[in-house]
Unconditional design. Structure first.
Length: 129
């Protein structure tokens, strides 16, 4: 079967889009999206002791998908996986869960069967890109 390695940028706008996205994602695909990450930093105080400070930061990461859960109540996907592109807040190989929500952009990178990629491209993508 012919395969096309490509990236599909998606922005689910309704519940049906989330259903299609849930069925489109597979273990081994790469998902890139904005997310929130809890980080802990060492904070030096005036004395010899230090304390830890916890913060939530917004960042964009890329994970290799391992598991996908559909939350019907919130109409969102929880996509669990391992980080494949290191950044300031997430080291290579660390695990993270990305919450894909309505009206938020994400990118899926996978080896597409050629006919599936063409069908998605025709249905969901601008012809200019």
């Amino acid at each position: 079967m012919l395969r096309y390695k490509g990236v599909l940028k998606v922005q689910p706008e309704e519940e049906e889009d989330m259903y299609h996205l849930y069925n489109l994602l597979c273990a081994g695909d790469e998902l890139t999206a904005s997310t929130v990450r809890n980080i802990t930093t060492e904070k030096q105080s005036g004395s010899s002791s230090s304390s830890r400070e916890k913060n939530r930061v917004h960042t964009r990461i890329c994970i290799r998908v391992e598991a996908i859960e559909f939350d019907e109540e919130q109409c969102s996907l929880r996509v669990k996986g391992v980080n494949v592109k290191e950044n300031e807040y997430v080291k290579l190989g660390q695990y993270h869960t990305i919450e894909v929500e309505l009206n938020r952009t994400a990118e899926i990178s996978k080896g597409w069967p050629l006919n599936s990629y063409q069908r998605c491209r025709y249905r969901y993508m601008d012809t200019d890109s």
